[in-house]
Design a protein around this ligand. Structure first.
Ligand SMILES: [Zn+2]
Length: 277
């Protein structure tokens, strides 16, 4: 499942390739699952609009769309959730469409924007934006911009483990299993600790560690652990920087003791018994 750095990488790589282009003919697959907006409505609505910007909002890729005329005012949004295996690719239109293509948008620049998703957990939605309105907002707070006080307040009084709290998308969005494990290791916090019982100082260390790990991962194009690729089909490189995630039994990079694995909040959780307290 792509997390914040992977979604950010996809949004930025798509933006660099499609910004300012007008959407021509639109093709959508016959499957029901990918379409949160009725496919007939989406077919009609997308064609003719201009892509002003592509950006990440939480774990969604948001296409801000204008009417395509002289005004660059945002009138609508196409919101893409990559799900488990969703890919947004910008390719030559004559390149054969892979079997699991669910959307293909002809672009004025001559290329084609495709949404390909083998597992079909990804979602596509279209919505109008009223003038002056905010448009799409995902649940939870943004980890890259949250203030120290707001970060500490998120966990106050919470009995669940800090790992489970980090995975809770209604608190912070975009942090999944990889970056939860990696940030807890860097902060020296054991994943099983009750979130509400961590001191302000330790939570602030966690915030710093999370910012650091997310920024480093974005700089490396994300972690390619399953089907994740950017708009050119390129993999990320942050998986080579993982210090605990999927390193069960391998030596801790700090102390040399083997990395421990438990299941917490239903997810494989990797940590060092010695370095994380
Ligand atoms: Zn260690």
């Amino acid at each position: 499942m792509p997390e914040l750095p992977e979604v950010e990488t996809v949004a930025n790589s798509v933006d660099a390739r499609v910004r300012g282009q007008r959407i021509g003919a639109v093709w959508l697959s016959r499957y029901k699952e990918p379409f949160k907006t009725a496919r007939t409505e989406m077919l009609d609505a997308l064609s003719g609009l201009r892509i002003e910007r592509v950006r990440r909002e939480g774990k969604h890729v948001v296409f801000d769309l204008s009417g395509g005329g002289c005004s660059h005012q945002i009138r609508a949004q196409w919101v893409v959730h990559l799900g488990m295996t969703g890919q947004l690719l910008v390719v030559a239109p004559d390149l054969q469409r892979p079997k699991h293509t669910h959307a293909a948008l002809e672009l004025s620049g001559g290329r084609e924007l495709r949404f390909v998703d083998a597992r079909r957990f990804g979602r596509l939605a279209f919505s109008s934006v009223v003038a002056g309105g905010e448009g799409f907002r995902g649940p939870g707070q943004e980890p890259l911009t949250i203030s120290e006080d707001d970060f500490v307040a998120l966990f106050r009084g919470r009995k669940l483990s800090i790992k489970a709290a980090l995975l809770n998308q209604s608190l912070l969005h975009g942090v999944g299993n990889i970056y939860a494990d990696e940030s807890l290791f860097r902060a020296g916090i054991r994943p099983t600790r009750a979130a509400g019982r961590l001191s302000r100082a330790r939570l602030l260390r966690l915030r710093e560690a999370l910012l650091q790990v997310l920024r480093e991962a974005i700089a490396r194009g994300g972690s390619s652990v399953s089907d994740y690729v950017d708009a050119d089909g390129e993999k990320g490189f942050f998986q080579f920087e993982h210090r605990v995630y999927m390193r069960t039994g391998e030596p801790c990079l700090n102390c040399g003791k083997p990395i421990h694995r438990i299941v917490l909040a239903g997810r494989g959780t990797h940590y060092c018994l010695h370095c994380q307290r």
